[in-house]
Design a protein around this ligand. Sequence first.
Ligand code: SF4
Length: 691
Amino acid sequence: MLFEEAKRVYEAWLSDQGYTARQGQLDMMRFIAQSLTRKQRRIGVVEAGTGTGKTVAYCIPAAIEARRQGKTLVIVTSTVLLQQQLLHAELQQLADLFSPKLTFGIIKGRRRYACIDRLDKNVNSHGDESVDLFGSENPSRDDRRIAGDLLDRFNTRQWDGDMDAVPIALAQRHRSSFTTDAIGCHRQSCEYSKPCPYFRARNRITSLDVVVTNYSLLMAAGREGIDMLPAPEDCVYVFDEVHRLADIVMSSGTVSTTTSGVVEFVQKVEDFINRLMNNVEEGHPLSSGQQDILDTVPRVETLVDQLREHFSQLSITTTVEPDSQRSVFRFVAGRVDESTSDHARVLANVVGGLFVALNELYTTLDDARANLPLWINTDVLGRAVRSVTELLTTVRDIKSLFEDWGSDSPVASARWLSPDGNEWRMHTVPIAVEEILDSAIWSQAHSVICTSATIYSSQEFDQFKQEVGLNLSDEHFRRIASPFDFRRNVRFQVANIGFSAPGGEAFNNAAAAYLPQLLAKNRSGLVLFTSRADMVKVYKQMPDDFRSLCLMQDALSMAETIRKHRRTIDTGGQSFIFGLVSYREGVDLPGDYCQHVVIMRIPFNVPDDPVIKSQKELLGFENAFMQYDVPQASLRLFQACGRLLRSETDRGSITVLDRRIIEKTQYCNELIRPLPDFEIVDLKNPVNPAA
Ligand code: SF4
């Protein structure tokens, strides 16, 4: 019944837009309707090949069912591009086809909205010193001008405070200076809480049918218990670009700090307290708690000295496993040894005390902001609050890392040390993704649809199931083939530049000499690397005339790189982008914007990566290479190939420079099997790159 209703809306949409029905869209809608109307375990995973039109195929049935159940449809994506497309295209087009009209909006993390209080503080900060009373950097004249410009645009409604749609060029420091986080926001006493862009967006979504958001916000809401989104049981979720889910869960829980960072932090706290006490008048309520903070500082310094010494000793024992460069010392299976744990526990206690004391200080200062007492002037107060919120953010991270390393029952995480001169950096990355997702989503949500163009690997859906902890029967999974004719429209070739496997200077030199010949007849292309070092070497090694046609990742932002690339193609020029993983996964270059994809190397996992190693230990494979590395590489190859055809009329070539894809009989079939139906051409004869 849900499918029939969805089909009626779909047909109305087709007629409005002048499109014809696609079988893939109908199949996907039917699968989603079945998944959402199960009696229990309302979870469906659907891989929709490029060109299926998956956004419409999930929006229609999910919105109908969410409304019918009195739930909110929450669509979660990982790219701003897809969020914009949903808001300005699909949801706009569908809204009027629902009765009553479908309402929708977006909510993002606080840092994606301007904090008007911060903008105002930037504009009104004065003094020519580069740092303020508490040692925080003062805005420069230029910063003040930019903040003023943004504030004007906000006040005159030319801009709504969305940092993703900021109307002028901003440096990263502006973005952090003009935004805030949960600790830095003092909503109760903030004079801008009414027009505040973040709270406006948050208030707006409470009455909407459909909320678009990103994974980082979803994870932060679950982790910190913040009610930015409806509770999971009140949500029908659609997780788009779901192939990134496991990585996002891990990176959202990542913490790291250095031994010197801890010492610098406590010295900063000491300096802050001294300056604050020198700038308050008699009758202030601060004295006793502040002495406690000052007493903590030398204690932390001594404990960190001991920890530093302990790590140096540890690195020459077998307690930790060094990588080949001795740049990572990993705790096997993430298990921190007893002695390290003891050190961490003591520090967690002391730093925890500091956190409590700073929190109390923050409350006192925040109260003062509401009551404006005589013992502190407003300028000092504003700056003190800003400084103490920055200190609180740092102390929270340090505390959580020591607590994690000192815990008696730590959650499964990768934990390791890396040397940094005479200092040590401690790292924790959570790897029990399935547990985190189960407690936050799978066992809580009303229903969930997971989708992406690339979920299926050489292990079919098993890789995905294992990564995210979805132990469900086959009926919960579906693969919708792309409507594109890959055999006819793609030339998939494996080049021979004289190496049976990539790697090393000679390979990079040969590749740099070969690329200009390979791409000479193309107007555009995407050259995908697995290592930044190799990308830079190949780029630098290329002939000048060809290098001038190439845009290397990170020389400009991704958005600017793509804009420049498109401009060149639009004006009849040639342009080639050199990129890493973000270009492999998410870039959309239809038609003439991408005529050739070059894959320099099979994207295998980095063997020494401490997170990957710990994950393999956690999952306990018999043959980790075949069961874990090969399926992951096949999925990434699939993603890379997906960059070429973006519409049914697109045509082009894919060239792989890594001959292991056809020569390594141990795994080449596994790598190729999940790829679209390409005819593979082996350019057997070695080319002469210098010819
Ligand atoms: S309410 Fe919070 S985020 Fe909003 S303007 Fe005020 S301090 Fe900034």
